[in-house]
Design a protein around this ligand. Sequence first.
Ligand code: NAP
Length: 289
Amino acid sequence: MKIGFIGLGIMGSRMAANLLNKGYELVLYNRTREKAEPLLELGASWADSPMDLGQRVKIVITMLSTPEAVGETALHGRHSFLDTMSAEALWIDCTTVNPSFSRRMAEEAAARKIRFLDAPVAGSKGPAEAGQLVFFVGGSDQDVETARPLFEAMGKAIFPMGGHGTGSAMKMVNNIILGQAMTAFSEALVFGEALGMTKHAIFDTLASSPVTAPFVNSKRRKFEEDDYAVEFPLQWMHKDLHLAAETAYEAGAALPGMNAAKELFALAKRKGLAEEDFMAVYKVLAGKQ
Ligand SMILES: NC(=O)c1ccc[n+]([C@@H]2O[C@H](COP(=O)([O-])OP(=O)(O)OC[C@H]3O[C@@H](n4cnc5c(N)ncnc54)[C@H](OP(=O)(O)O)[C@@H]3O)[C@@H](O)[C@H]2O)c1
């Protein structure tokens, strides 16, 4: 089956590679063409624009940075793909966006008789590479079943959450924990170091403790070696918390802790850490940046 894939950043390039390795024929588009080259060498083909891609496939997967990037690629630009996809084709948006945006994209798709799933993922660079992502999916059961083999090629678990926007809603819920767990752990690390402990001793003690979020252990080596090379860009953590704040406003929910964490990521961005890993928020708390 021929699949269109748009957005070949940290996550998208690895997800597309897994589809290719599982035998899917891929048509690729990325704003920066060079990022597609390794996959083109493996046999994928290139589309000159999202519009060109849309007319060549029956399923399009997007893995872009922000709602704005999705809107520009799907709808606004003269090169958008939604206008060239055929009726009954399926668009799967894996970008982390807010649920009201996903519902709007579902409406835009439906107006063109195109089916839509919001299917953001949990899991970072490593799980994306290993085909171990977790998909939170919003849309009809029938469309989930159509997409299931693709999710299985890229991930280890699929959670159908309900109608359009519910996949994105679950992702917001997931990421307000992720952002706060990172700031909470970083703060504890800074506190422990101020009390004379080493990072090594703190990790040894807390690694298997129930108070530590398990994902933090996957960052242990990076914390100990002050290696902030990007896996999950700090700027996208900030974006996700901003979208969660917007979503909470729409839903009438209060997120005081999340908003405090969000502002730490804003501060880190102002200090030039946008493109480092989101663990770089530790540097701000430690006064190292
Ligand atoms: N990294 C993670 O650990 C992780 C985990 C779960 C979910 N996510 C989410 O997954 C999505 C992708 O993350 P990522 O880490 O792969 O980000 P990334 O490496 O920064 O890649 C972003 C992608 O979006 C494209 N893009 C950005 N702005 C664009 C625009 N205005 N028009 C067209 N294309 C545009 C980029 O194109 P260029 O190559 O031309 O820049 C690139 O393909 C984000 O929504 C993120 O929140 C990330």
